[in-house]
Write a protein that binds this ligand. Structure first.
Ligand code: HEC
Length: 158
């Protein structure tokens, strides 16, 4: 017993990091499902026809926010050109919990005021999972100010 107890502890400590990374991503996947990220960020989801090939790869149907502009749920996958490939885990976590993008603009429509209640552990798990999504190239229109022509179909937010 004198030997077995510290040996078990050492084994547990040694085995922890790899397990923790798996568990973090699994927790993040679970959170992204129950928080319904795909309900907006998957092509077709906003009209009840989600395209499983474009899961979390953005929506070309967006929202009109009167007096502000047109927003389209961006591609959250790690594609460097059309997705979040240039964003760090911290950038994603800040956007989801405070609405602030790396360029300082505050996101609209995106329900970050609700997501601001995530525990720091869950916010990190969610952001790590989003950051781990394989790249799915899919271009959606950028934020467009209301003074510009509407780039693609929208639902209206009152
Ligand atoms: C009700 C629809 C909706 C839901 C649900 C939603 N989002 Fe969003 N999200 C948006 C819209 C619309 C934008 C773009 C807003 C803007 O440009 O002002 C956005 C922007 C973002 C951005 C910033 C990306 C960028 O390129 O600017 C991130 C990151 C993000 N969402 C992650 C998530 C995650 C993670 C979830 C689930 C936990 C989620 N969103 C759920 C609608 C939604």
């Amino acid at each position: 017993m004198r030997i077995a107890y510290p040996a078990a502890l050492a084994l547990a400590a040694f085995g922890t990091p790899a397990l923790a990374a798996d568990e973090l991503l699994e927790r993040g996947r679970y959170l992204s499902q129950i928080m319904d990220c795909g309900g907006c960020h998957t092509e077709g989801a906003l009209i009840g026809q989600p395209d499983p090939k474009l899961d979390l790869a953005g929506s070309t149907i967006g929202f009109e926010v009167p007096g502000y502009g047109y927003v389209y749920p961006p591609n959250l996958t790690s594609d460097p050109q059309t997705g979040l490939g240039q964003w760090s885990v911290e950038d994603i976590q800040r956007a989801v919990t405070t609405g602030e993008r790396p360029d300082g603009r505050i996101l609209v429509v995106m329900p970050w005021p609700h997501y601001s209640h995530l525990t720091p552990e869950d916010a990190t798990a969610l952001a790590s999972y989003i950051n781990s999504l394989p790249p799915t190239p899919h271009k959606v229109p950028p934020f467009t100010e209301h003074t510009q022509p509407q780039p693609a179909p929208v639902l209206t937010v009152k």
